[in-house]
Design a protein around this ligand. Structure first.
Ligand SMILES: C[S@@+](CC[C@H](N)C(=O)[O-])C[C@H]1O[C@@H](n2cnc3c(N)ncnc32)[C@H](O)[C@@H]1O
Length: 246
């Protein structure tokens, strides 16, 4: 196991070997990697079918393929100080059984698996490419025994988690309020959940897949305020820690 400062340093140095993992997993040459990352955000946005999409989750299961991996990798490399702050935040709360819901390219799940305070991490992501990529990364980093990969929370077969991490995911769901209710069922009164959200499609529709419907967002905040109490932390203002109150 590694100490917290060492884990943060490894992330800031090379994002846990992210570039070499991308090249090896996708059989990509170094000269093609920059293009893969440079166009990632636009490629993901352009792949969204707009209003013709009937089922939101189809976008993540049927359409995105490796585009979300590319987009997230570009973001985690370009905004490494911000991502490092999210890691610092989870280091102060994560313990025992951890659920990382919508875990993406695995930065948070892998960092949690490296922590001595964490017994096991359940990485849940609807996208198969993401799950396979992070499983590959876990083996490369030697933490695979502390990780389980699932498509849904139910597949984890765990009834209560001590820590729930759900970062930059809620705005991707059809009904984020119902997801809060599901998280609540999987917590006990000592559990902590870390949530953030961005219910905005962007100035130029860069995030066409984000939910921004006012009624859906209002329902989300009402549910959040009725079920959870915020736990103050001084680390990162965009991401909040919660305990359940009912
Ligand atoms: C913007 S990414 C965030 C990834 C990661 N949490 C991070 O902070 O880098 C959103 C992730 O949520 C996943 N996702 C979307 N809908 C989901 C659902 N219904 N269940 C589980 N994962 C979902 C996507 O596949 C994607 O990996």
């Amino acid at each position: 196991m590694k100490n917290n400062s060492f884990i943060l340093k490894e992330f800031l140095d090379n994002a846990f070997n992210l570039k070499s993992h991308l090249m090896e997993f996708f059989s990509m040459k170094e000269c093609d990697l920059d293009g893969f990352l440079a166009n990632a955000k636009m490629n993901l946005a352009n792949s969204h079918p707009g209003d013709s999409l009937n089922n939101v989750s189809d976008f993540y299961t049927e359409i995105v393929g490796d585009r979300h991996v590319a987009d997230l990798a570009a973001w985690h490399i370009a905004s490494k100080d911000y991502i490092a702050d999210t890691l610092k935040l989870q280091q102060s709360f994560s313990r025992n059984l951890v659920l990382d819901f919508g875990g993406g390219i695995g930065t948070h799940a892998l960092a949690n698996a490296m922590s001595a305070k964490v017994e096991h991490v359940f990485f849940v992501d609807i996208n198969e490419t993401n799950r396979n990529f992070v499983e590959y990364r876990a083996k490369e980093l030697g933490v695979e025994k502390k990780l389980t990969f699932c498509k849904t929370i139910k597949d984890t077969q765990i009834s209560k988690f001590d820590t729930i991490i759900c970062l930059d995911v809620l705005e991707h769901l059809t009904d984020p309020a119902s997801q809060l209710e599901i998280f609540n069922e999987f917590m006990d009164f000592n559990s902590i959940a870390l949530f953030n959200w961005y219910f905005y499609k962007g100035e130029k529709n860069e995030y066409p897949f984000h939910i921004d419907d006012l009624q859906i967002v209002e329902k989300f905040f009402k549910t959040l305020q009725s079920m959870f109490l915020e736990v103050f932390h001084p680390i990162l203002i965009t991401t909040r820690a919660y305990k359940k109150i009912r």
